[in-house]
Design a binder for this molecule. Structure first.
Ligand SMILES: Cc1cc2nc3c(=O)[nH]c(=O)nc-3n(C[C@H](O)[C@H](O)[C@H](O)COP(=O)(O)O)c2cc1C
Length: 212
């Protein structure tokens, strides 16, 4: 499936075929492909908790407004934005850039300083934005990759973050941006037409925010 087709055919799926496993090799391929998503300074500040065990999905459903698809999907991924991604990944990223010739060794210190000043302190709002926007790109890339691999997905923000953090051992300073359910469309499901999309005129301006 090509990219445009995957974008056009991806839908948020409410009805997954229950009991369909998502094998390790498929899950790992999907997570790896999504890991090619771009990120600020290549810092990749995301973490993913993959939930496939039926009992764990049941628990997750309880934290997710009792949404049936959480239990019926083959897997549900908890997408975690990690504000500590800067400290965790900066040195490895700089090492790779240096080794691959993106950056001369003498530029390393300056680049590290630029990153520190751009993304603020660990608990700053700037840092939260950084983590959230990059993790959202990871999640979107994953949903399109899943479509390309013959799977359906459903993004969800209908959940109690505190409940998920408690049940799944996610530290307080992390941000759960969404859940993504993955699986096969339930047999016999007829999808309603794609819902409302705004006209370009409604959200695009040219050269200036207010210029249509
Ligand atoms: C971040 C995000 C959170 C969402 N949360 C939920 C949710 O908790 N429950 C739900 O039924 N749909 C949820 N949706 C699905 C949207 O309602 C759906 O994407 C939208 O209606 C457009 O439909 P389409 O994805 O099929 O084009 C969410 C979508 C996104 C992107």
């Amino acid at each position: 499936m090509d990219t445009i087709q995957a974008i056009k055919e991806r839908r948020a799926i409410n009805f997954f075929e229950p009991g369909k496993p998502l094998p390790d090799h498929v899950l790992n391929e999907l997570l790896s492909i999504a890991n090619l998503a771009p990120s600020s300074f290549d810092l990749q500040p995301w973490k993913v908790v993959a939930v496939r065990d039926p009992e764990r999905k049941k628990k997750l459903r309880e934290c997710a407004m009792n949404q049936q698809k959480v239990e019926e999907a083959s897997a549900v991924l908890i997408m975690v934005a990690d504000p500590d991604g800067v400290e965790e990944n900066k040195d490895r990223m700089l090492e790779s850039w240096q080794n691959l010739g993106y950056m001369k060794p003498e530029a390393r210190k300056g680049t590290a300083g630029m990153i520190d000043s751009l993304y603020g302190t660990r608990d700053s709002l700037t840092r939260k934005y950084f983590a959230v926007k990059n993790t959202a790109l990871y999640a979107m890339t994953l949903m399109l990759a899943a479509k390309g691999m013959g799977y359906e997905t459903h993004p969800m923000d209908g959940f109690d973050e505190g409940c998920i953090k408690k049940e799944f051992g996610i530290p307080e300073n992390k941000i759960i941006i969404m859940l993504v359910a993955i699986g096969k469309l339930k047999e016999g499901t007829v999808l309603l037409p794609r819902p409302f999309r705004r006209e370009l005129d409604d959200f695009v301006s040219h050269e200036n925010y207010s210029r249509k």
